[in-house]
Design a protein around this ligand. Structure first.
Ligand code: C2E
Ligand code: CA
Ligand code: CA
Length: 659
């Protein structure tokens, strides 16, 4: 599996997976940040509380120190000894308050500057305390003047000094709290902006991801649509999209005229078989490219599959334009392709239908126009290929009849009782020298259930085009062998049955095997049979089949070339193959003895055949003049209505017994 296909399959899951990851990151970061802000806020509250606490302690210290000065001043003014005692007690209480508050303040985590301030305050307070104690002692000693002097000169200024330091401490305390709070605030702010940035990034990623997936989906949808409408090999529109083009042409401009042109490369299968599919594909591409160079922009070429191409020819104004165009194109396509240094000749069979609104249209829908162009193409194939045909009702009828025959024949051959409709007739062959009948030709007949006789030449031709000929060969072999056995049982031994075998080399080889097997199975001899094959079959047979034919001929089987003179002109096979007999085609006999050309031809065939030690049979002998001519020129055997029509098997045996 390629990376792209793996990716294109998995990207559908990318969106939910991406969202899940991003939302998880968002939840995690938001949670983390909120916790951080919470912690910071707690610290902030702690710092503020700490600040209030310290501030209170400092205030208490200031107050206590200040109150002590006040009490001392009061003590200096009063002369009441009781009041003095009371004030002294108060002085001590304040000292305790001061000491306790200071101890509490000191126990805190102080920075260096605060510690220095506190130490300075401590020294100053100690001095102040000592001074106050001295003032108190002087008051006790009733030396008030001295006490007042010390109080005014020293204590007040010392007191102010203590105040100043505590004030500095309060300021410092406040400033460092403010720094802490600012720092926490800053942390919170950066946490908030980080959250914002992270959330913004996450949302952006989500948007990009969504956009990417949608874009990818759109592209893949477009690619799918393109694949569904395009032929991968040639990049042309395919069958399904092409139909839409035709329908559109009909709907859009119903007054228009256009043609549907069906192209089929002749014998493309054998090109594939002989050169391989890769070269076959290259030919198809070159073929499509060639047609494309010949058409206009408004015309549309499509590939229907295999070697079938169809053109929507819109660039015409009349049927004559279509005829002119196709006739020229047909010649252009009778050409060669050079692929991998190999020159391959190709021809095409072309069929066309016309759409017009003048009442002569070959169809009113894409379906009917295509079908009729196909029929015309089929007719071009029937007419020997490498040509073009336009649709006509006559060809349609012929082709439909052919299809009906093939279909009916197929049904009969498939059924168990084919011989209800198919049966054999036997036409005697006479030795011209003594009128002796030594052989007969087995000819197949088809009489339908409705009593209709179907022309043998016609249904055989259709069977040869389909693979039904194999089944026909089998039927004829079985029937002829049964017949020979029957005659054998009746004591009639000396009449050969000549069987017509057709089909391609494979079918022929298999039919030959079947005949050989059947002969052995029924206890008959190859010398009781003959086979008739056409020049086309002979040209194709394999070396193995030639050996088989030789064996059968050596065992007495007659091997005749049928319809001699109508097929290939090469005569080399006469020497190469174990042939015993030439059957001159009836078309050369019918105008004897009047036609000079036929006379010369028949004479030449007889001389040639005899020089190769072959028997010569003249078929289609209908008149005494024909017979006389043949006898005069030493033709060996004659077959024809002059002597006998094809006979039923009992008529044949009666004839033989009578002789
Ligand atoms: P074919 O092999 O050339 O057979 C001779 C045809 O000429 C037969 O036509 C026969 O009835 C006809 N014929 C015989 N004498 C005369 C005559 O004096 N004048 C005229 N005009 N015709 C005469 P049929 O039976 O209609 O067969 C036509 C063709 O069908 C055969 O031509 C043969 O190619 C094919 N065919 C017939 N039977 C079989 C068969 O069993 N198997 C195969 N594969 N092909 C057969
Ligand atoms: Ca024949
Ligand atoms: Ca013949």
């Amino acid at each position: 599996m390629s990376f792209t296909s793996c990716f294109s399959r998995s990207y559908k899951y990318l969106l939910p997976l991406g969202f899940f990851v991003i939302i998880s990151i968002m939840v995690f970061t938001n949670f983390f940040a909120i916790t951080l802000i919470g912690e910071n806020s707690k610290s902030m509250v702690g710092t503020i509380q700490q600040n209030i606490y310290s501030d209170n302690l400092l205030k208490k210290m200031t107050q206590a120190s200040f109150d002590r000065s006040l009490i001392l001043s009061e003590m200096l003014q009063t002369n009441d000894p009781f009041k003095n005692d009371e004030l002294f007690l108060e002085l001590n209480t304040l000292a305790t308050t001061y000491v306790t508050s200071r101890a509490k303040f000191e126990s805190q985590d102080l920075d260096q500057h605060m510690q220095e301030l506190l130490d300075a305050e401590g020294t100053m307070s100690n001095n102040l305390g000592a001074l106050q104690l001295r003032i108190y002692e002087l008051i006790q000693l009733d030396k008030k003047v001295q006490a007042v002097k010390i109080f005014n000169d020293k204590a007040i200024s010392l007191q102010r000094g203590v105040h100043d330091i505590i004030h500095k401490m309060t300021k410092h305390q406040y400033a460092s709290s403010q720094i802490s709070i600012d720092k926490l605030k800053e942390n919170n702010n950066s946490a908030v902006s980080n959250i914002l940035i992270l959330n913004l990034i996450s949302i952006s990623i989500c948007i990009i991801l969504t956009f990417f997936v949608i874009n990818k989906q759109r592209k893949s949808d477009a690619r799918l649509a393109q694949l569904a409408n395009t032929d991968v090999l040639t990049n042309l529109p395919n069958r399904s999209s092409f139909k839409a083009f035709i329908d559109k042409s009909i709907d859009k401009s119903p007054e228009d005229i256009f043609s549907i042109v069906f192209f089929d490369i002749d014998h493309f299968k054998s090109i594939n078989d002989n050169y391989g599919h890769e070269i076959g594909d290259k030919i198809l591409r070159q073929y499509a490219a060639k047609i494309k160079t010949k058409i206009k922009e408004e015309d549309i070429l499509s590939r229907f599959g295999g070697d079938e191409f169809v053109l929507l020819l819109r660039s015409i104004n009349s049927k004559q334009d279509a005829i002119d165009f196709i006739s020229k194109l047909s010649k252009d396509l009778d050409t060669s392709c050079t692929i991998d240094n190999k020159e391959i000749f190709i021809t095409s069979s072309i069929g066309a239908s016309i759409y017009s609104n003048n009442g002569e249209s070959d169809g009113s829908s894409a379906k009917s126009l295509l079908k009729n162009a196909d029929i015309a193409m089929y007719s071009a194939k029937e007419s020997g290929r490498n040509c073009y045909q336009f649709f006509s009702i006559k060809t349609k009828n012929i082709i439909e009849k052919g299809h009906a025959i093939t279909y009916a024949l197929h049904k009969i051959l498939k059924s168990k009782n084919a011989n209800n409709e198919l049966y054999m007739k036997f036409q005697p062959l006479l030795n011209i020298a003594d009128n002796n009948i030594k052989e007969c030709e087995a000819l197949l007949r088809w009489k339908t259930k409705d009593g209709l006789i179907v022309s043998t030449a016609e249904f055989i031709a259709h069977a040869e085009k389909s693979n039904l000929i194999e089944k026909i060969n089998n039927f004829v072999i079985d029937e002829s062998c049964q017949q020979q056995k029957h005659w054998h049982e009746l004591g009639v031994f000396d009449i050969k049955i000549n069987i017509n075998l057709s089909g391609n080399k494979k079918i022929f080889a298999e039919s030959l095997m079947r005949l050989d097997k059947k002969i052995i199975e029924l206890g008959l001899s190859p010398s009781q049979f003959g086979i008739e094959l056409t020049e086309r079959t002979i040209m194709e047979v394999s070396e193995k089949t030639i050996q088989k034919l030789k064996k059968l001929r050596n065992a007495g089987m007659k091997i005749a070339i049928d319809d001699f003179g109508t097929g290939y002109s090469s005569l080399s096979y006469l020497k190469k193959l174990p042939i015993t007999t030439i059957k001159i085609d009836k078309s050369f006999i019918s105008d004897l003895p009047n036609d000079k050309d036929d006379r010369e031809l028949v004479k030449t065939i007889i001389t040639l055949g005899h020089s190769l030690n072959l028997d010569i049979v003249a078929e289609g002998v209908e008149t005494i003049e024909q017979l006389d001519f043949l006898r005069l020129h030493n033709c060996d055997i004659a077959q024809g209505y002059y002597f006998h029509y094809p006979l039923k098997q009992d008529e044949m045996i009666e004839l033989k017994v009578a002789a």
